[in-house]
Design a protein around this ligand. Structure first.
Ligand SMILES: [Zn+2]
Length: 272
């Protein structure tokens, strides 16, 4: 009976068509996003990746999908996702990232002194905690608006060498824009952290819901405070060059399940 029913379902239901969100977001590469179909149960399944809760939304009011952030450090190959306690695997394809060489006059920003290193560690801990927050809200939109109106400059994932020394890869996407240009929330969210950091300068973190978190760096002015609820398009600050920056620009990070991923995916500008 069960077999007959399964057969009937196979005959009557062709493989479901990929919805808009899957087509937009499914870029399963290191530093990318994997969209995993979770079926059409009445209740949302719970998904975890690398022990961390994952964003789950309904696509086209029908099927549940998990939207998984893949850290830049993950190697191409099989990865596993925990869905309500069951393991399910997905494949990560390779992606090559280019190198970028930057010259900084301020040598302390390349080789910080011991006091700087203490400050940097403290700030890193604070920012990592913000990235690990997981609030139950549904993101207002997953096709993000661009936070500033300006051309994309440095892409995500560049392997960076400062004054010839390799440092962390570029964790976000840069927009070229004049100092003072207003920065707008790409989706609704809550301000969960602001600060003036050694590398990132004046910075704002916005929680869009379920581990989807934006960070905006190098601001000349922060226009919000922790706890503020921002609607989509609300101004949160102004473009500047505070912190480790060679000139005014916006650096924008997008994080999913505590993995920094390529923001270009969310504005439909991803190039494989
Ligand atoms: Zn940047």
């Amino acid at each position: 009976m069960r077999f007959a029913l399964a057969l009937l379902l196979c005959l009557t239901l062709p493989a479901h068509a990929e919805g808009f969100l899957t087509r937009l977001l499914n870029k399963p590469v290191p530093g990318g996003v994997a969209v995993i179909d979770l079926g059409n149960d009445a209740n949302a399944p719970r998904a975890r990746y690398d022990g961390k809760p994952v964003l789950v939304v309904r696509e086209d009011d029908q099927r549940w999908i998990a939207i998984v952030g893949i850290p830049l450090t993950v190697k191409a190959g099989q990865q596993s996702l925990d869905i309500d306690g069951q393991s399910s695997s997905f494949r990560v394809a390779p992606r090559t990232y280019r190198e970028q060489r930057i010259t900084l006059k301020n040598k302390r920003q390349v080789n910080p002194n011991p006091d700087d290193l203490k400050r940097i560690q403290r700030e890193l801990d604070e920012q990592t905690q913000a990235y690990r927050q997981f609030s139950p809200r549904q993101p207002s939109n997953l096709l993000f608006d661009k936070p500033v109106n300006g051309p994309l400059s440095s892409p995500f994932g560049l392997r960076r060498f400062f004054n010839g020394e390799e440092r962390n890869s570029h964790s976000g996407l840069d927009f070229a824009a004049k100092a003072g240009t207003p920065i707008k929330a790409p989706a609704a969210g809550k301000v969960i952290l602001t600060g003036n950091y050694f590398f990132n300068g004046n910075t704002v973190f916005v929680d869009h819901g379920q581990g989807l978190i934006s960070m905006f760096c190098h601001l000349s002015q922060i226009g919000v405070k922790v706890g503020d609820e921002l609607s989509r398009g609300a101004v949160l600050g102004k473009v500047g060059s505070s912190g480790r920056a060679t000139g005014p620009h916006l650096h924008w990070n997008v994080s999913l399940n505590d993995a920094r991923v390529d923001p270009s995916i969310f504005i439909g500008a991803f190039k494989p």
